[in-house]
Design a binder for this molecule. Structure first.
Ligand code: TRP
Length: 458
């Protein structure tokens, strides 16, 4: 057994602190903005079922693998992969997996920050009563005005990146814990209130049917790929975010239990968001496949009609912005940790570099909504393209490589020692999943989706 390493960046104060931070990373725009709109686009029930299966079969085993690798290496993903690969007698080129993660982090955060800006922009809009008693058409046009205005978007994108950089520069441990402890339960409660509103005032039955009654004729291989990609995205997997958080995890904490709690909380939030939104979609004659604007075109209707709507709406968008913020922090942390370790930069300097580059990249996504609307890569604008490239390609491939690393490169002794699962059967099960099931599932979904896309083109 190797001697336990220590992280130069410090450790979480407890297992609970890690759970809070990792849940803060997992729960974000993915759950509340993305999950409902992709579920709408890919037909509902059957898509949701595949997504849930991906969380269980791919997400949970890979999350365990990431946390385990992180804790064993105790450095940024780049250095962790290099150290562990060498230690296990393999090629240090595995560090490039860490680099791929750094690239994904930059790309994801660049558009994530723009969308988080939309959520922040809605705080003053709902609070001022702008939506009170308005028609769905007016609500949609308010959203259109926002994303059509590059200057406003720029202000919010800049503010969001600035706020993210403040936390990251001070070290993710100070402040994050306390904030997540209060704000996550508050967000949860607000979602429950919204579901209550949809239950009493909207077409709840149609919403539930859409979400949970699977109609497999509506499911394509592309839909399966998107569901799988989203399982990675929503759990923050495949690029080293959870790995770097794992590198700050105290040695005695149980990785298996923690992972299940985090994945469970994340899934619950997504389903609640769906239950709040789809009844509104159906009772107001909107289309489930409305795309990325879906929550901004549905929830304000509810806030415009319900009792105390301006207040609840104000709280909701604050909490959503906050959830995005705690996710953004984890996207940039692997990069900052590497800059501190290898370039000897202070955390502040490292954050300014990493944040500045991300901010600049984000301008592409931001302008693709308005001035550069006609510029397409293949058939998507920059924001959509970067989102699809990272979520559906880079994260699953990163996850595949992580599974291979955990199950084929690291020795059985190392993983058994680091995971320290009491029940040997449970360890066997994990190992079987990351060795065979997860890699095969990712490859099969990929090949089929590529095949289908090519057939579609021809
Ligand atoms: N999981 C977050 C969400 O659902 C986004 C996120 C944070 C993420 N860190 C990540 C996605 C790392 C992929 C990889 O909003």
């Amino acid at each position: 057994m190797t001697e336990r390493r220590q992280s130069i960046h410090g450790e979480w104060s407890s297992r609970l602190a890690f759970i809070l931070a990792a849940t803060g990373s997992a729960v974000g725009l993915g759950n509340i903005w993305k999950f409902p709109y992709i579920t709408g686009e890919y037909g509902g029930g059957a898509f949701v079922l595949v997504y849930l299966a991906c969380i269980a079969v791919i997400g949970i085993p890979i999350m365990m693998a990431e946390v385990m690798i992180g804790r064993r290496g105790r450095q940024s993903p780049v250095n962790t992969m290099r150290t562990l690969a060498t230690e296990e007698g393999h090629n240090p080129l595995w560090q490039y997996l860490g680099w791929a993660g750094v690239l994904s982090g930059f790309l994801i955060l660049s558009f994530y920050s723009v969308v988080a800006g939309w959520a922040m922009a809605y705080v003053p809009r709902v609070a001022s009563g702008m939506f009170t008693g308005t028609s769905p058409e007016k609500v949609a046009s308010i959203f259109g005005d926002l994303i059509g205005d590059p200057e406003r978007l720029l202000a919010w994108h800049t503010l969001f990146m600035g706020l993210t950089m403040i936390v990251v520069s001070r070290g993710v441990r100070s402040g994050l814990e306390q904030a997540v402890r209060i704000l996550m339960p508050a967000l949860f409660l607000l979602l429950v209130i919204l579901v209550g509103y949809s239950l009493s005032a909207a077409d709840f039955a149609s919403g539930v049917r859409f979400l949970f009654a699977p109609d497999f004729s509506k499911l394509s291989w592309e839909g399966v790929l998107v569901a799988m990609g989203h399982a990675f995205f929503t759990l923050s997997l495949g690029m080293g975010a959870i790995m770097v958080y794992g590198s700050y995890l105290p040695s005695h904490a149980s990785i298996a239990k923690t992972t299940i709690i985090i994945a469970g909380a994340d899934t619950l939030v997504a389903l609640l968001a769906g239950l709040a939104i789809f009844p509104l979609v159906f009772s107001h004659g909107l289309t489930p496949g409305a795309g990325p604007g879906l929550i901004f075109q549905t929830l304000p209707i509810a806030f415009g009609q319900m009792w105390g709507g301006a207040f609840f709406g104000f709280l909701f968008f604050i909490l959503l912005s906050f959830a995005a913020w705690t996710s953004a922090i984890s996207l940039i942390e692997p990069i900052v940790a590497w800059l501190v370790e290898n370039r000897g930069l202070s955390r502040i300097k490292a954050t300014v570099w990493a944040g500045g580059i991300t901010w600049a990249l984000g301008l592409g996504s931001l302008l693709s909504l308005n001035l550069w609307q006609d510029f397409k890569i293949i058939k998507w604008g920059i924001l959509d393209f970067v989102d699809k490239l990272t979520t559906n390609v880079m994260l699953p491939l990163g996850g595949l490589a992580i599974a291979i690393f955990a199950a084929w490169i690291m020795s059985r002794e190392s993983t058994e020692d680091e995971l320290a699962i009491e029940n040997p059967l449970f360890y066997q099960l994990w190992r079987f999943f990351v060795r065979y099931i997860t890699p095969v599932a990712v490859v099969v979904v990929f090949l089929n989706a590529i095949g289908v896309i090519q057939v579609g083109k021809g």
